[in-house]
Design a protein around this ligand. Structure first.
Ligand code: ADP
Ligand code: AMP
Length: 215
């Protein structure tokens, strides 16, 4: 069977990270989450991390050349002839054009874009109560998806953390950036018949089923 390349798109807090981890593990996709990769670089204080941090803390996009180089090296690392699931990339039309060019070199193309649709009114509650495992990146929610033991990852037993950018004013900025820069990709992929829209306000199990059947 031909390998496929899928993009997950949606506003911050739509559930992309939550779903991406399950979908990739159960369906043999390599997950490339630009947010997780950048946060790892920030944590390790790499040159890339030091450059990216101030943009991330403000809720702005990290400069495109930094992100595109990171994607290129991930594709090279795994070999481009695999199933890939992108979470958080591309984030604007310029990144999309650069991705398309890069994929020509790798003789690949985007097969489908899965849009997890969630209204802005739901986002603040989701993000202010989000907790993440710094080790395995598993995502929790204090009300909807709490860990079994208070503030400890079910899998790693390490303390959960609050992301630096899950603050009211930064969330507001991230939503603005999403609507202004990322949302136009939805129209683009609808126009080329590659978009599958999914209701992200359903419970996580139903969202998962919708994504799995779209793959
Ligand atoms: P994204 O990666 O799109 O920013 P996350 O996967 O990190 O979003 O999810 C944001 C928050 O919403 C997390 O706290 C997560 O536990 C919670 N969440 C994810 N999907 C759902 C859902 N379908 N219903 C309720 N809460 C959800
Ligand atoms: P995320 O984990 O997807 O919510 O991303 C967190 C932050 O990382 C964003 O607010 C941006 O600052 C940065 N980021 C993630 N992916 C990209 C990308 N493709 N382009 C630019 N910045 C990104």
């Amino acid at each position: 069977m031909k390998n496929s390349m899928i993009i997950l798109i949606g506003p911050p807090g739509a559930g992309k990270g939550t779903q991406a981890k399950n979908v990739s593990a159960s369906n043999n996709y390599i997950l490339i989450s630009t947010g997780d990769l950048l946060r790892d670089n920030v944590g390790k204080r790499t040159e890339l991390g030091l450059k990216a941090k101030s943009f991330m803390d403000k809720g702005e996009l990290v400069p495109t050349d930094l992100v595109v180089d990171m994607i290129k090296s991930e594709l090279k690392k795994y070999g481009a002839d695999k199933n890939f699931l992108f979470d958080g990339f591309p984030r604007n039309l310029t990144q999309n054009e650069l991705l398309k060019k890069m994929l020509i070199d790798f003789k690949r193309d985007i097969d489908k874009v899965i849009y997890i649709d969630v209204d802005d009114s739901v986002i603040y509650d989701r993000l202010t109560n989000r907790r993440v495992c710094p080790k395995c990146k598993r995502v929790y929610h204090l009300k909807y998806n709490p860990p079994k033991k208070d503030n400890l990852c079910d899998d790693c037993n390490v303390s959960l953390i609050i992301r630096d950018d899950d603050k009211q004013d930064v969330i507001k900025k991230r939503l603005e950036v999403y609507h202004g820069q990322t949302a136009p990709l939805i129209e683009y992929y609808k126009g080329v018949n590659k978009l599958v829209a999914i209701n992200g306000e359903n419970n996580p199990q139903d969202v998962y089923k919708d994504i799995a059947s779209a793959l």
